[in-house]
Each structure stands twice: as C-alpha cells, then as structure tokens.
Ligand binder design. Structure first.
Ligand SMILES: Cc1cc2nc3c(=O)[nH]c(=O)nc-3n(C[C@H](O)[C@H](O)[C@H](O)COP(=O)(O)O)c2cc1C
Length: 401
C-alpha cells in the first residue's frame, strides 16, 4: 500500500493528549505522521511523547536554524497529503481564518497547498462566541474541512458543544480525505429526511413544529463519514449542511415525499423529519384578515412518507428506519408504529417538553427492530448519529456475509 503523509498540528488545548491515540491509529493505517507542536501544544504534551509515537522529528520552532536548513517551513507544508489540526484551538482557528503566520504552525498552514482539516476543541462559550462562529464560517468558505466538535461534558466542568470529535470520527474523515482504507458504507446510497415541514395557511402563516433538524443532520453526516453517498432532504432549519452530504431543501410534506420518491433507489432511508401530520385543506392566496367570527381551519391528513417508503412496490430501500417522537407510552407506541408502517427499525424517543430532546443537543433513544429493543443511554445527538450509522453498517455487513 502506498504510504500517505499527514501533517498533524497539535494546538494548546486540553484535548492535546488525545492526539497521542490519534497518531497511533493513523500509524496503524499506514499513514506517516509528522507533527508540529505549537508553543501552547507543548505545554500539554511533550515533543518526546509525540516523537516516540510518530517515529519522526517533531517540529516546534519557526526560526530554528537547524530545522530550517534540514526541512524548511515551505517544504514542511508541501510534503503532506493532508494537514490535520487537532486539537484546533480558538486561537489557531482565528489565525487560519485571518491568514496570520506568526509561528511555525500558522506559517505552515498558510503555505500549505494540500487539503486542511481542523478538529476544534474548546470551552462551549469560546465555541459559541460570534468571533469563533465567523472564523469557522470563513474556514468552511475557504475549503477547510471542519470535523466536530462533539457535544458533551467538557474538561472545564461545563457541558455543551466543544469536545474534540471522537477519534473514530476523525479517523474516518482522514480516510475519506486520503482515500485510504475501505469505509463500511462505501458503495451504499442513503437518504435522510430532517427538520420540520411548514404547511401553508396563507402567504404569511403556516403550521409547523419544534423540530430543529439537528438529529437528522447529524445522522446524514455520520452516514457520509462511514462512506455512504448521502442525500439529506431537509425542511426549513438554520443548520449548516454536514460536510460531504448532498442537501435538498423542501418546505411541505408533499414536497418532501416527492423528493424522497425521486431519490430512490437507495440502500437505506432514515425518516427523521418531524413531518406535519396535517395540512390546511384550503390554501388562501391572500393573507387572511382578522374577523369577528372565530377562525377555523379545516385540516387534511398529509402523506405518510415513512409508510410510503416502507411499502414501496418498486425500489423499496433495503433498510427503512423511522423515528417515533412520543410523549407517552413511548415503547408501546413505537412498537405499534413499527408494525403499522412496515418499516424495519424504529428509533423511539420521548419528546415531552421536560426532556429537552426536541431542539436540544442531547437525546435518549430506544432502537426497535422486529425482534429486539435496545435502550441507549443519554448521549449527544452527534454520538447517537454515529452509533446508528454503525448499526446500519453492521446490518449491511451481516447481509453481505
Ligand atoms: C489549562 C488550559 C487549557 C486550555 N484549553 C484550551 C482548549 O481546550 N481550547 C482552546 O481553544 N484553548 C485552550 N486554552 C487556551 C490556549 O492554550 C491559548 O489560547 C493558547 O494561546 C493557544 O495557543 P495555540 O493556538 O498556538 O496552540 C487553554 C489554556 C489553558 C491554560
């Protein structure tokens, strides 16, 4: 196998120690790693540990006479097939976004002519600061791949988005970028629906629900990271498209069904969208005026997308997964839904307001198949998405064996 070269820039974040495991995993994949430690990074892990694991000299200093004559900062940026920044601190992200080059890491990044991938890791408030949001958007606009961050307990004792992405997810993203190794869903096509639908009442009003789309978006990203060619059919949301996922925006349930049917054949369809069960029977072309009489809206049932895909005569996806958002008798209702819709799996969760699941970052689900129920602990929607994508991959591996 041809050896690939990876530059790993290790920033001064508390997650720097995790890169030691990352290096080991990259080496196991026959990816050579040359590391650059920022001054901050060297406060958290030693050049000696990094050198022992990479088997290479570790670079730290822009103005080192010996390093510059042996390697040179420009060559450092050119040998790599990929420049990976992990953990990417808020500071490093800001430097890359603004094109600063005041140390070896940022100079190498500015001079790089190869793909750059950053794995942010920081406190949740740092991650949510408008300046960091702007910098991340700038990086994405500049073609930098952003992996993570994940959501969960943070080293500082707080909770939220900002954890370094799981090493598995970073490895998968590296595999995709370098084109090394087989991904378990390579050659598979996936369809994911996400978000709410809006059912128009008149030109300015609509029926909607509280779905944020976070879970469906996370699942589409997770399927893509396992190698699936993934189409995300999304109702109105404020979310960015996960890296590598094709996204089609729709508004109503009718449009979502038409888009889903047009996407067939696919190997797996995951219906995460909170499709409105009803739509107004009549759409008023003019804004409805306030009147003296009570306002009544006649409702019609919307098409049932999960049911239609599960019962499709032609091109039924090999695996159809539905979501059951319930507020009571979660398991009983989910079992009934599995049978009624004739889908293969149901992911059930309790969306009562007090759980904070609808619109939140955390979830707690039960996965129901025809013969078993798995209850998963509370976890981030990203983590749940990765676990579901792995279950899908396992299903296809078992089918193929
Ligand atoms: C104990 C400690 C932990 C830190 N953890 C992080 C972190 O996880 N993420 C981050 O962006 N900055 C973190 N910082 C701040 C960075 O180390 C600081 O911004 C530094 O200038 C980053 O340098 P670099 O980007 O060149 O590595 C931490 C600082 C300290 C003292």
């Amino acid at each position: 196998m041809q050896t690939k070269f990876n530059y790993l820039i290790i920033g001064g974040g508390i997650a720097a120690y995790k890169t030691l495991d990352l290096i080991r995993r990259l080496r196991d994949m026959h990816v050579s790693v040359r590391a650059i430690l920022t001054d901050g990074g060297a406060q958290f892990i030693t050049p000696l540990s990094v050198a022992s694991l990479t088997g290479e000299k570790v670079y730290t200093d822009l103005f080192s006479l010996t390093d510059e004559t042996e390697m040179g900062h420009i060559r450092l940026s050119r040998d790599a097939d990929l420049v990976l920044v992990a953990p990417a601190t808020a500071n490093l992200i800001a430097k890359i976004a603004s094109g600063r080059a005041d140390d070896l890491a940022s100079t190498t990044l500015l001079a790089a002519n190869k793909p750059v991938m950053v794995c942010p890791s920081m406190n949740v408030e740092m991650w949510l600061k408008p300046s960091t949001r702007r910098n991340i958007m700038q990086l994405e606009a500049d073609g930098v791949t952003v992996v993570g961050p994940a959501s969960g307990d943070l080293a500082c004792g707080e909770f939220g988005e900002g954890r370094l992405a799981e090493i598995n997810d970073i490895i998968l993203a590296v595999k995709r970028s370098l084109g090394v190794g087989n991904l378990p869903l390579n050659g598979r096509r996936a369809l994911v629906t996400a978000g709410p639908t809006h059912e128009a009442i008149d030109p300015v009003r609509y029926i909607a629900n509280r779905s944020s789309g976070k879970q469906g978006y996370a699942i589409s990203g997770a399927l893509h990271r396992l190698g699936a060619e993934t189409l995300l059919i999304s109702g109105p949301t404020n979310l960015g498209t996960p890296e590598g996922v094709e996204r089609l925006d729709i508004t109503s349930a009718d449009e979502m069904l038409a888009a889903a049917e047009a996407a067939l054949p696919v190997d797996v369809a995951i219906c995460v969208a909170a499709v409105s069960d009803w739509k107004p029977k009549h759409l008023s072309c003019q804004k409805i005026k306030k009147g003296s009489k009570p306002m009544l809206i006649d409702l019609l049932e919307n098409p049932d997308i999960l049911r239609q895909l599960s019962r499709a005569r032609n091109n039924r996806p090999n695996l159809v997964i539905g979501f059951a958002a319930e507020t009571n008798q979660v398991l009983e209702n989910a079992k009934a839904k599995l049978l009624a819709k004739k889908c293969d799996w149901i992911v059930a969760n309790n969306v009562s307001l007090e759980t904070g699941i609808l619109g939140g970052d955390q979830t707690e689900v039960h996965l129901l198949t025809s013969d078993k129920v798995e209850s998963w602990p509370v976890m981030s929607k990203q983590k749940m998405a990765a676990r579901l994508a792995e279950s899908v991959a396992k299903y296809f591996t078992l089918q193929a064996s």
